[in-house]
Design a protein around this ligand. Structure first.
Ligand SMILES: Cc1cc2nc3c(=O)[nH]c(=O)nc-3n(C[C@H](O)[C@H](O)[C@H](O)COP(=O)(O)O)c2cc1C
Length: 203
């Protein structure tokens, strides 16, 4: 499979694959294997619009996005590394350095924040699921633009000190960090569950 990317600033065109082929072949590429280039500003705008175009019971927009790009990725990494070193005083410098690069391995990272909150009609569960849908739309759209992506959380997605430094209120949760960039080569697929193990027919 050859992925081609349109690098123009006005056109966010795709791999040229059919939607079904794209969805059938897509797989994640971890942050360590995502190099530049990343999405252009116009492409990022498209990605964020698509991420916010998900089923949303009650039209609550129970999610929001934090973009980590350029030097801000290093600033975010400093927060992660500082807290990691504080909690792990015996950690060697190599490990702390790796923590520092958590959000700067890929050229672009989008934090998807769940804003799920108590509502008289819409269960919290449904609001959280909508944030998951936003994450997946982001991953799929990035692939459709010819990039590769991975939806990761890691420890810092659950650390309230990190989240506070990233601007989350105590009620908000991080649904995930979507790392986006260019893969050197298409990754091999991983085993997928056999349909007969996960599908039943009622009746
Ligand atoms: C909510 C969520 C959080 C995840 N967090 C991580 C993570 O922190 N680290 C990791 O290696 N994979 C994580 N994954 C798994 C990857 O996103 C992905 O499922 C895996 O790399 C295989 O992806 P693929 O089936 O799209 O190829 C997470 C997945 C989900 C749904």
């Amino acid at each position: 499979m050859t992925l081609t990317r349109d690098t123009s600033t006005t056109d966010t065109s795709t791999t040229g694959m059919s939607t079904i082929d794209l969805l059938s072949a897509r797989r994640s590429v971890g942050p360590n294997f995502l190099a530049g280039p990343g999405p252009s500003p116009v492409q990022l705008d498209t990605l964020l619009r698509i991420a916010s175009r998900v089923p949303d019971h009650g039209k609550l927009a129970p999610w929001r996005f934090i973009v980590f790009e350029g030097e801000a990725r290093d600033k975010a990494g400093e927060v992660i590394a500082r807290l990691y070193a504080q909690d792990n005083p015996d950690a060697d410098e190599g490990r702390c350095a790796a923590e520092r690069t958590r959000l700067s391995r890929a050229p672009l990272v989008v934090g998807v924040v769940s804003r799920a909150a108590a509502h008289p009609k819409i269960p919290d569960w449904e609001q959280v699921l909508s944030a998951g849908a936003a994450c997946m739309n982001l991953v799929t759209a990035a692939h459709a633009q010819g990039f590769a992506a991975a939806w990761h959380t890691e420890w810092y997605a659950y650390d309230r000190r990190v989240l506070a430094a990233f601007g989350l209120s105590p009620q908000e949760r991080m649904a995930g960090f979507v790392h986006i960039g260019t893969a050197a080569s298409p990754p091999p697929d991983r085993p997928r569950p056999a349909l007969e193990e996960i599908v039943t027919r009622f009746g």
